[in-house]
Design a protein around this ligand. Structure first.
Ligand code: F6R
Length: 368
């Protein structure tokens, strides 16, 4: 049932406040500690882990990229993220002290399944992050954290992605808690922030008309670029993937720091470039991104800037400005992705494409 929406995908985009809230439900006890009841791996085992490898495909892989930044910061354990299709065929180093995390909305993706089987054969423990109860990937894993997004019908993943992010954050915070992390206060603050996320995502959805208006202006465009640093980088990659999948427009995401190493050659007069600007912080991350925006702007790019509402400097460099609420850097993809999803959906709709069933794509890729 589309419940009044034109496409399942649009309905699913608008369901994200609830999907995120449902995925967070029941995870905190009365002392404000995180409980992951479904995670049947003993704390002693989690304390022994010396490496984490996240395996996934497509959008789930981008959620995994965000997770890497969060997990390494909170847990202080080396965390790699790898495309499941590459991991399986390169003789990776995994053993009993490696924790493998398989992220999959459907739980049936063949590449991810093969990667997790390979990891288990080497004696490593596997946690699945999955949206489908009883699917093959969670059944074959040692433990599972379910995302509670509800069925995702649109082929392009939207609420699947944001709930995967939430599950990844929860896993990171839980590992930090179990291992007696040094960022105790920060973790409590992050949990509080996660609780406010449904409301902040709703705030982004309320601004959909601004996004639709831009889609109208850009509908003749052949090629678009997406830039970000840190967790804004996977958000950029995911924004580009949505546009390729749905609107069949050439779209590429880059780490903003890579611009000068090649991609800046693509910048020509009028090319739309979406830039995710991190919140102002101590590490000058934001200033670096602002500098990147002015570089592409100087070469004629039409910059669509996603930055904090109060970031006046970012606004000055913007042909279009999409305001983000103030959240901590690591959580920013949860809000930054919303307008990018809406944009891709709207572009595709205006071009007359089938948004729920893009050409050549299947909802779950059960062959390698
Ligand atoms: C993109 C998309 C795909 C999936 C990928 C993994 O919108 O839907 O890239 O994310 O095929 O699927 P799951 O998460 O089911 O393993």
């Amino acid at each position: 049932e589309k419940q009044g929406y034109d496409w399942f995908m649009r309905k699913e985009i608008f369901e994200q406040p609830k999907a995120v809230a449902d995925t967070l439900l029941g995870r905190l006890n009365e002392r404000g500690e995180l409980v992951l009841d479904e995670l049947h791996i003993r704390p002693e085992e989690l304390r022994r882990i010396n490496k984490i490898i996240i395996v996934a495909c497509g959008t789930a892989f981008y959620a995994g990229m965000v997770a890497k930044y969060a997990i390494e910061h909170w847990v202080r354990v080396a965390c790699e993220v790898e495309l499941a299709s590459e991991f399986r065929y390169r003789d990776p180093i995994v053993d009993a002290n490696t924790l493998v995390v398989a992220v999959s909305q459907s739980g049936e993706t063949a590449d991810t399944l093969m990667a997790l089987r390979h990891a288990r054969e080497q004696g490593s423990r596997v946690i699945a992050i999955c949206n489908t109860n009883g699917a093959t990937i969670p059944r074959e894993s040692d433990a599972v954290i379910y995302t509670h997004a509800g069925p995702e019908i649109g082929v392009a993943s939207t609420k699947g992605f944001t709930t995967q992010l939430v599950a990844c954050y929860l896993l990171g915070l839980y590992l930090a808690q179990v291992r007696g992390m040094k960022y105790g206060d920060e973790i409590a603050a992050v949990l509080g922030e996660l609780e406010r996320m449904p409301q902040l995502i709703q705030g982004m959805l309320d601004k959909a008309p601004e996004v639709y208006e831009l889609a109208d202006r850009l509908k003749e465009t052949q090629s678009m670029l997406f830039l970000g640093r840190h967790v804004g980088y996977p958000a950029a990659l995911e924004g580009a993937l949505k546009l390729k999948e749905l609107a069949y427009i050439h779209a590429e995401g880059f780490a903003a720091g890579e611009l000068k190493h090649g991609p800046i050659a693509l910048v020509n007069e009028g090319i739309p470039i979406f830039v995710v600007v991190p919140p102002a912080g101590r590490d000058q991350l934001r200033d670096k991104v602002i500098a990147n925006i002015s570089e592409v702007r100087a070469r004629g790019a039409r910059t669509i800037v996603l930055a904090e509402e109060r970031d006046e400097e970012a606004r000055e460099h913007a042909a279009a400005f999409w305001a983000l609420p103030h959240v901590s850097t690591l959580l920013q993809p949860l809000v930054a992705i919303i307008p990018l999803q809406l944009f891709a959906c709207e572009m595709a709709t205006r071009m007359g494409h089938d948004v729920d069933q893009p050409r050549n794509l299947a909802k779950s890729v059960t062959v390698e």
